[in-house]
Design a protein. Sequence first.
Length: 160
Amino acid sequence: MPAASSPTGAIGRWTRTPSFAGYSIGKWIDVDGDGRYDVLEVETRNLKGPRTYDASGIPFHADGQTVIKERIYADKADPSLLYDEITSIDHALTSPWTVLHRYSRSRDPRPVWRESVCADDNNHVEIAKEGYMRSADGLLMPTRKNQPPPDLRYFNRTPK
């Protein structure tokens, strides 16, 4: 039975309006029943495109149905290690794709924190409501098969 839609566009707990951060719902789990939460599970949907899986430039499917599931937990044997197991479920893939990131806690009492701003490394470009990507060699490339190139009529062409 389909979920009823509210006036704000929400279906159940998921919103229909895509955003760059998507919409995430998480829950804490006590996996060994000791009364202490051990795992954080997060599911993210409604990611605004175009987007890619990683620096390779492989795009998510254009249907906007991508689901990202994460399991974040500390290592039981070594509490200074944190794991983030990320599974992407998308129609552009033949099966779910899972990667495991491992993070280690700095033993330095005054660590130097480095901040990475996503916008600094954002290779997405929008031209006339069409999404393109900047390739590793700095050239503009399409984000989907048979995508037309942008209109260049306002650019002067110089002979090579």
